[in-house]
Design a protein around this ligand. Structure first.
Ligand code: ASP
Length: 324
């Protein structure tokens, strides 16, 4: 159990939701009850945005959005989420222009930003960096990706998208395709999906296989999984095809990257073998692994994912600040 961090004095109007003042570091913090709660608030946020555009729920609150790695969707959806809830944002997307370039440590940078903000969203290239930041911070830290570790808010929006599109999770066949070794989104998503009765297929070249610690979680929760190199062998059966980019920035040998970067391509020919009611997901950015020709296929869910990301991040910000 994570200790609640005090955000000033405990406000009398704080909602006791199990998230108030908590760090969000890993999907292991979520069970089905917590997921239902966040998804319920996410749906309310969608209605709010569609009907009103914005609200003043987080008026007076400030988010520090600290990104040591590139980001488009995560960074800007957190910003949009805070702005739509009436809060404000200190955006730090160019750490090279901060004292980080002078050699300032992560703990000192975090201590600085928490002097100005009510919570911090952090993306950092090192595994475990969010936990280190949370250790030093008195304000809540939300992990927006820690190297090859986790990307919990992406997994939450992924799960939310599956529920919104397919109605439920139990009983689904889910294939994850591509760079399963370095892709943090599939690590988090797999660890979150074990809360449900799903079947997994992991599709990758051998040297980009799902890490053993993630497979241990799958096994220890009594789930079945298969592994294969061949996406054609599974396309006809799956309810969800979750495609990932080969994570070029994690390769030390770029010749090896060149050999695998176009290993899987989801195109019209492949989709002609897929079920009519399945969905294709991708955390984005895509390189060549999904053809633009399938963007208008109703089964292509990746643009819905990015919009859902804002609703889920609105829900999380409101929950952690005790306002949802
Ligand atoms: N945007 C996702 C991430 O930050 C996926 C990717 O970059 O491939 O992990």
């Amino acid at each position: 159990m994570l200790a609640t961090k005090v955000i000033g004095r405990l406000p009398s109007d704080q909602i006791d939701n199990g998230f108030y003042g908590q760090d969000i570091l890993s999907v292991s913090q979520f069970d089905r009850t917590k997921l239902d709660y966040i998804f319920g608030v996410g749906r309310e946020m969608e209605v709010l945005v569609e009907r009103l555009g914005s609200a003043d729920l987080l008026q007076g609150k400030i988010l520090a959005n600290l990104f040591y790695e590139p980001s488009t969707r995560t960074s800007y959806s957190f910003m949009a989420a805070m702005l739509r809830l009436g809060g404000q944002v200190i955006p730090i997307n160019n750490v090279q222009y901060s004292s980080v370039t002078k050699g300032e440590s992560l703990p000192d940078t975090i201590r600085t930003l928490e002097s100005y903000a009510d919570l911090i969203v952090l993306r950092h290239p090192e595994l475990g960096s969010a936990a280190i930041a949370a250790h030093y911070a008195k304000k809540p830290i939300i992990n927006a990706g820690d190297g090859v570790g986790e990307h919990p808010t992406q997994a939450l929006l992924d799960l939310f998208t599956i529920v919104q599109d397919l109605g439920q999770l139990d009983g689904l066949k889910i294939a994850m395709v591509g760079d399963l070794k370095y892709g943090r989104t599939v690590h988090s998503l797999t660890k979150l999906l074990v809360n449900y009765g799903v079947q997994f297929t992991f599709v990758s070249p051998d040297f980009l296989a799902m890490p053993p610690d993630v497979l241990d979680v799958v096994r220890s929760t009594g789930h079945k999984f298969e592994t294969t190199h061949d996406v054609h062998a599974v396309i006809g059966e799956v309810d969800v095809l979750y495609v990932t980019r080969v994570q070029k920035e994690r390769f030390t040998d770029l010749a090896q990257y060149d050999r695998v970067q176009d290993y899987y391509v989801v195109d019209e020919a492949l989709m002609s073998h897929a079920k009519p009611n399945m969905i294709v997901m991708h955390p984005l950015p895509r390189i060549n692994e999904i053809s633009y020709a399938i963007d208008d296929d109703p089964r292509a869910a990746y643009f819905r994912q990015m919009r859902n990301g804002m609703y889920i991040r609105m829900a999380l910000l409101a929950a952690v600040l005790g306002k949802a």
